[in-house]
Unconditional design. Structure first.
Length: 293
């Protein structure tokens, strides 16, 4: 399901969309129409939806099906204007860039990432690290959500999602996690979990690159920039790029058997330190983890 529905928190009219994004509205007198959900696939359309087809190849049949399912309006590329002919629901036409759509979804959802501590692990083999970081944050006392193709959760509740996730899915899932009482969310940034641009307008607090993503500092930097462009997240502002260091390595080695690989735990420790968690709290959490294992 690719819909931002039950979590939509702000009144959104077609007139607001028209003015904010320079769209054309047909008919123009439909400006006061209010939509109650944003949907990018037909099966998810419900009464009150604004249908935003993920497929740019739109035809009359798709609009008619959206009408039958109860859509209040549709947002279509300008190129589709000749394809859809007449419709019984209002139509918005124009070009929405990925960053604009991300902002629209974030605003509609009440900007959930701004109220959460969002951690992102980037790489092709980071899903186990995501689980480890989420467990560590939980031991530190944080209610945690996870977005990962291995399994996504809002606290202890498994989320029923289809992968890879779109920006619609991501904003909806973050909103659900916030509503459930999560303080932090850990995201696995990989092709199995996310489609291109899925993290547009998601406010990341701490980002780290997986160990398999290049061996030299320059290679890792280039790889991280490439992944940021692909998935649509920013590396500027208050976002911190974390990496293992001598202190995190030392804390990890003290907490594991001498023959154990401590790299993953060290990276998790470095990410929590980057988020401002104090060393004494980290040591206490590591001690609890040892006692629980």
């Amino acid at each position: 399901m690719s819909a931002l529905s039950e979590s939509i928190s702000r009144r959104l009219t077609l007139g607001q969309l028209k003015g904010r994004y320079g769209l054309t509205l047909v008919p123009d007198f439909a400006e006061p129409v209010t939509v109650t959900s944003l949907v990018d696939d037909l099966p998810s359309v419900r009464p009150g939806s604004l249908y935003v087809p993920a497929d740019r190849q739109v035809d009359q049949g798709m609009i008619e099906e959206a009408e039958l399912r109860g859509a209040y309006a549709a947002l279509l590329p300008t190129s589709a204007r000749q394809e859809v002919g007449r419709a019984r629901i209002p139509l918005l036409f124009g070009t929405m860039h990925a960053w604009q759509m991300g902002q629209l979804l974030a605003n509609a959802a009440g900007d959930p990432s701004g109220a959460l501590a969002v951690f992102a692990l980037v790489g092709s083999q980071v899903q186990d690290q995501v689980d480890l970081l989420a467990d560590f944050l939980h031991v530190l006392g944080n209610p945690v959500g996870i977005l990962s193709a291995k399994g996504s959760y809002s606290l202890d509740r498994r989320l029923d999602l289809e992968y890879p996730l779109s920006m619609f899915d991501v904003q909806r899932s973050l909103s659900i996690a916030l509503e459930d009482g999560a303080a932090a969310v850990v995201i696995s940034v990989d092709d199995q979990t996310l489609v291109r641009d899925a993290l547009q307008a998601v406010d990341l607090d701490v980002v780290a690159l997986g160990a398999q993503e290049g061996s030299t500092r320059d290679m890792r930097h280039v790889r991280l920039i490439s992944r940021a462009r692909r998935y649509g997240f920013n590396l500027g502002g208050h976002t911190i790029v974390a990496k293992r260091n001598e202190e995190s390595d030392g804390l990890a080695r003290q907490s594991l058997p001498a023959d154990a690989n401590s790299d993953d735990l060290s990276l998790c420790i470095a990410m929590t330190m980057a988020a401002g968690v104090k060393r004494n709290n980290i040591r206490s959490a590591l001690r609890v983890s040892r006692e629980m294992s």
